[in-house]
Design a protein around this ligand. Structure first.
Ligand SMILES: *Cc1c(COP(=O)(O)O)cnc(C)c1O
Length: 386
């Protein structure tokens, strides 16, 4: 299906809403029934009709159709955060005694679930370096149920060979779940590579304007139906109609935003790589990226987010540099209109800062919609502080 059709037409039936061009926000908690027969049918299968907006809602349905099509998936579920998409996809596929293999340092709330929550229910997790397929093979046990992936990682950008991992997992009847927030379906198609469940924080590129927290999960219909009934309806983690509408609005411009950010990112990285105060730039499409070949094989693009390693042995210098920037906001998240910076030192604190540790000198950067020259001039003046 063409992207233009998906983003501009699919799922939209204007005759249902006064021929309005923009779909309505159906801000209603419940829906009316014309007969006992209809009520009974709705109770039997809440997925068959509109009953209550914790489950199905017309605005959310339009979004589900578009998101499923973008991933080439049978179905999509939309959650009130990326974290709940992670939580529900994992919880729906484990029971006491099961084992999970996860790439090391996945998104923080994934690892908090693996480390703090799941052990209370007898589920254990082994973290591995996902850059080598043999590490997956070595970690598999008879009770392994899930392989949890994040490719690329959103701080250091390590990749996993998704096709190879999916093949291995299928041999052992293990479900693969991938966090595809960095690439979005525009730059990586996980299901086509054999991954079972693809999730994204829609807060990032899909929403695209730093005003909505949301998550997406795509996959096969039977699996997603189970997650809908067992997880989304039970823990009430579905998206609200208004937030679904904001994501729909974000989707309209997704290809243009990513194309613009891609150009800007390349210019900004080009400047940073040549700068004497920058030790390294970590970015999957960089010439010197260790997994460049794999990146080119399974991703069709990369943009926005990258990490710089600063040449500085001083915590306070790094803080001064950060706040010398006038056009990069110091904040978490990414994928919106505004450029961002988040140095690792901030979370480490001055007493634990060790310049010999490369991670301590890392700053994650995000390039937004601003012009490249505007951002480069800002970086140039701020780097003088180092
Ligand atoms: C932000 C993020 C998440 C979590 O999504 P929320 O919408 O914040 O709950 C998961 N994975 C990655 C890579 C993220 O950047």
């Amino acid at each position: 299906m063409e992207i233009s059709h998906i983003l501009n037409e699919l799922g939209e039936d204007r005759s249902l809403y006064f021929n309005a061009v923009a779909p309505p926000i159906v801000q209603s908690s419940n829906f009316v029934f014309d007969s006992f027969d209809e009520i009974r049918k709705a109770f039997e299968d809440e997925n068959s009709t509109y009953l209550y907006s914790r489950g199905k809602n017309p605005t959310i349905e339009i979004l589900r159709k578009k998101l499923a099509a973008l991933d080439g998936a049978e179905d999509a579920l939309v959650f009130n955060s990326g974290a709940s998409a992670i939580f529900c996809s994992v919880m729906a596929n484990i029971k006491t005694g099961d084992h999970i293999i996860s790439v090391e340092r996945p998104y923080s709330w994934a690892s908090r679930m693996f480390d703090n929550l799941l052990p209370r229910f007898g589920v254990t997790t082994t973290y591995i370096n996902g850059t080598d397929i043999s590490n997956f093979e070595a970690a598999i046990r008879p009770e392994t149920r899930i392989i949890y992936l994040e490719s690329p990682n959103s701080l250091t950008f390590e990749l996993q060979d998704l096709e190879a991992v999916a093949k291995l997992a299928k041999l052992h009847n293990i479900i693969t779940i991938l966090d595809n927030s960095y690439c979005t379906p525009l730059y990586q198609q996980p299901l086509a590579l054999g991954i079972d469940l693809s999730l994204q924080s829609a807060t990032k590129y899909l929403g695209g304007h730093s005003d909505t927290v949301a998550g997406v999960l795509t996959g096969k219909e039977d699996m997603l139906q189970r997650i809908f009934f067992e997880q989304l309806l039970n823990n009430g983690s579905g998206i609200s109609p208004f937030n679904a509408w904001l994501i729909l609005r974000g989707l309209r411009t997704l290809p243009m935003r990513l194309a613009h950010i891609t150009q800007t990112t390349n210019k900004v990285i080009g400047f940073l790589k040549a700068h004497p105060k920058i030790d390294k730039v970590l970015f999957p499409f960089s010439d010197d990226f260790p997994q460049l070949e794999l990146a080119k094989k399974q991703m069709t693009g990369a943009c926005g987010l990258f990490t710089i390693v600063l040449k500085s042995d001083s915590y306070s210098q790094i803080e001064k540099f950060t706040y010398a920037l006038k056009h990069f906001l110091v904040a978490v998240s990414w994928g919106g209109h505004e450029s961002l910076i988040l140095p690792q030192a901030a979370g480490i604190g001055p007493e634990n800062f060790d310049p010999a540790n490369e991670r301590h000198r890392m700053a994650r950067m995000y390039v937004g919609f601003e012009d490249a020259d505007f951002l480069i001039a800002d970086l140039e003046q701020a780097l003088e502080v180092l």
